[in-house]
Design a protein around this ligand. Sequence first.
Ligand code: LMR
Length: 397
Amino acid sequence: MFQQVPTAPPDSILGLNEAFRADPNPEKINLSVGVYKDEQGVTPVLKCVKEAERRLLESESTKSYLPIDGRPGYDKAVRELMFGADHEVMTAERGVTVQTPGGTGALRVAGDFLADSLPGRSLWLSQPTWPNHPNIFTAAGLPLKTYAYFDKANNGLDFGGMMEALKGAAKGDVVVLHGCCHNPTGIDPTPQQWKAIGDLVQEKELLPLLDFAYQGFGDGLSEDAVGLREIARPGQEMLICSSFSKNFGLYNERVGALTAVAGTKDEAGAVLSQLKKVIRSNYSNPPTHGAAVVETVLADAELRTMWEEELAHMRNRINGMRKLLVEKIAACGIEQDFSFIQDQRGMFSFSGLNQMQVDQLRSEMSIYIVGSGRINVAGISEANVDRLCEGIKKVLG
Ligand code: LMR
């Protein structure tokens, strides 16, 4: 029977990692998948995580199942980190959170919930977006539409185009917004633009779904939540998919969460019951370790301070690399203006390189970036930046 099964194409991001591993060139550079690396090219385990793990190992007394929605302490800590303890969503108790295997797990639970409980609505994705978004929501059976996002001419946000497209959304449609550090462009709305998005969502009665995977990688923990808090007006419903892969460096522990904000506490309870139903028929209940680490760090004043410092260090290193890359590009004689890289936020930079140039970088220099031209700035270091600039100069011709 299996002879009928065709080979699927490799994943557009994770597939590059496999090709990178197989590349024998000792000077190869991997700027594909969104993983933070330090100056030595290592993806470190954060010190706060190591300490939390030491404490957990000592105190752990059971390996019994978690509840379907995960660790209650974790779920509450996730909401507090996003909204702040005094936010109306918290005091009105109209938010519920389920622990999920990574941000991808959260997006899939959200997709299945929408397909089951609120069928018939379209889901709008930014153009471009993370390539796994269409995979996930198509797998959940949702009809997809796109809204303009990237202004190629100015390397900025096409805010007019975005608003125009979303004005065409039907009441009840779902709009996927990147909470901060837009993947792949690195371009976010300003606080004023978030306000206008909040107005539009409210007026048109749309359901915002925020993908919030990079809190703390842009400008800071609360700065990066500006858009989310703007959207979460009294009575506004929303879904938020969180990931702690990047800001806690917990990539392989798969730590995420889906938060649903309903109009009232009772409605939130009904949504929670449906989310649990979706989870039970998928992976039953989540794994505990990564979420226990996040919960431990967020609940302990000393570990939390340590985490915020380590997160600031990662953020500052990335922003330092943005500056260095722009300087080095100019210094090596490339005339094209790449200064926009410094205005982008988060791990990624949309370089403007096209698929042919990306292929050439890979085949001639063993430099791996995503086909859209997305560069993982967090993979750049003093040690590889000159070679990267040499490659960019070469492919620009
Ligand atoms: C990325 O965009 O590189 C990350 O979100 C990792 C992934 O799963 O694609």
